[in-house]
Design a protein around this ligand. Structure first.
Ligand code: GAP
Length: 432
């Protein structure tokens, strides 16, 4: 199969639709720009990514608590955070064809689409606005959160007091965020509605740089554990002109997509900016009192901010392989939406009965798929495209000696194992 980087994305998009990973939102109405729906396999993959992140952040450590804050919050939060004033992109309109562009994407003074005259750049706020309650006036404006982080900052004291934590400790959250991006695109890479997996780590000022380094390492290690290729990952340090308004230091973890090196996650040293601002705007004391040293201070924050949808796209791109006879997604068993397929070789001689029994037994603990339609080769290809790492086939020998074949997706090698060992072998291989 020909490999052209240009249309690899097109072929991946079409695989995602064909196999039920991702569909265009509102497709029967012609679709809606930059919105996507996750199908049966997509939702499993996404859940597995979130579970892996939560496990590594919350369960495997004992210094991080979880939180699920609401999307709609007091509008003052966005004034305090700097988003009302500064979360903007410079926007340029074409007077002729009415298309809109990010000023930074335009070279020259003519519209890149129709050659028409362009307006001056003006600042465009990326936050979505809506109204709370029945009256649609200035006083009832609320925003859809553009990042989940602020929900953590305004709950810092609540979590600290209820969990009786001591600094350093962190708060982790997974949730939707919304940005009215001027130029969304590249499938689910940049969308207007997306999910973030953010962790804010509260530290004593002066220890922030050390923690920043530790978190950079932790985070890149997580992507490696998801099975991403090491040579496709790198850090990018933000120059002074790139630094977000809240950060003293910032690194992106970048991945080399078919459309170039792009940000996957941001790691930021946010200093005491956010807590100080919320203290000022709310008039509430958000300082930390250290019992052992009797010191009072506003903690510094090290933030790790990953995009769930972007991680999912990265895993798909990284796993996508076109081989001589098949297209295969070499997803890590940890995140693969289906872990195993169970097939009877043919629909007779007692094989479907045995295969159904095996399927009904293992699916209770392991996400399993049963398929008895089409040739065995076709069934393997379908599993390969779905990224399913293992297949169990019941054949004539099974009926004689209670063994099945276990096929491994990447090597396509098959071994025979006894039926009563299936669950144990799979659990070990999938790392359950
Ligand atoms: N709280 C800090 C923050 O939100 P960010 O760099 O703006 O930082 C963090 O966003 C991550 O969220 C990005 O690295 C990316 O993975 C994801 N993200 C941001 N905007 C996105 C968008 N429009 N579509 C999909 N993912 C997005």
């Amino acid at each position: 199969m020909a490999k052209s980087a240009n249309n690899i994305m097109d072929r991946l998009v079409s695989l995602c639709k064909r196999r039920g990973f991702i569909f265009q939102s509102s497709e029967i109405y012609g679709g809606i720009n930059s919105c996507w729906d996750y199908g049966p396999l997509g939702v499993e993959l996404k859940n597995n990514i979130k579970k892996s992140w939560w496990k590594s952040m919350v369960y495997e450590r004992d210094d991080i608590e979880g939180l699920d804050a609401s999307i709609l919050m007091h509008p003052m939060i966005w004034k305090a955070s700097g988003h009302v004033e500064g979360f903007t992109d410079p926007l340029i309109d074409c007077k002729k064809c009415k298309n809109r562009f990010k000023a930074t994407d335009i070279e020259g003074d003519k519209c890149p689409i129709c050659g028409g005259e362009l307006t001056e750049a003006r600042q465009f706020n990326l936050m979505f606005k809506t109204f709370m309650g029945p009256v649609e006036d200035e006083a009832s404006i609320v925003y859809l959160r553009p990042e989940t982080a602020q929900g953590i900052y305004v709950n810092f004291q609540n979590v600290l007091n209820s969990s009786r934590r001591k600094i350093p400790f962190g708060i982790a959250q997974i949730g939707k965020a919304f940005r009215n991006e001027i130029t969304p695109g590249n499938f689910i890479f940049r969308t207007r509605e997306f999910e973030q997996m953010e962790m804010q780590y509260f530290v004593k000022p002066g220890t922030d740089e050390e923690w920043f380094e530790k978190w950079k390492q932790e985070r890149i290690d997580w992507y490696l554990r998801l099975g991403l290729k090491k040579e496709k990952l790198k850090f990018h340090k933000h120059g002074k002109d790139e630094l977000p308004h809240y950060a003293k230091d910032a690194y992106d973890i970048q991945y080399e997509f078919p459309f170039g090196w792009q940000e996957l996650e941001g790691i930021h040293n946010r200093t005491d900016y956010d807590l100080s601002r919320h203290q000022k705007f709310s008039g509430k004391n958000i300082q930390y009192f250290d019992e052992s040293t009797k010191e009072k201070y506003t903690p510094y924050i090290i933030e790790t901010s990953a995009g769930c949808d972007r991680t999912l796209l990265t895993c798909l791109v990284d796993a996508y392989n076109e081989e001589e006879e098949r297209v295969v997604l070499k997803l890590s068993p940890i995140i693969a939406p289906l872990k195993v397929g169970v097939f009877p070789l043919v629909k007779r001689d007692g094989m479907p009965e045995v295969a159904s029994k095996i399927y009904n037994y293992i699916r209770k603990n392991i996400k399993t798929f049963y398929d008895d339609s089409g040739s065995i080769g076709r069934r393997y290809r379908r599993l390969d495209e779905a990224g399913t790492p293992f297949a169990i086939t019941v054949d004539t020998e099974t009926i004689k000696n209670n063994t099945v074949t276990l096929r491994e997706r990447d090597s396509m090698k098959q071994i025979r194992i006894s039926i009563d060992k299936i669950e144990e072998v799979l659990k070990e291989k999938i790392n359950v």
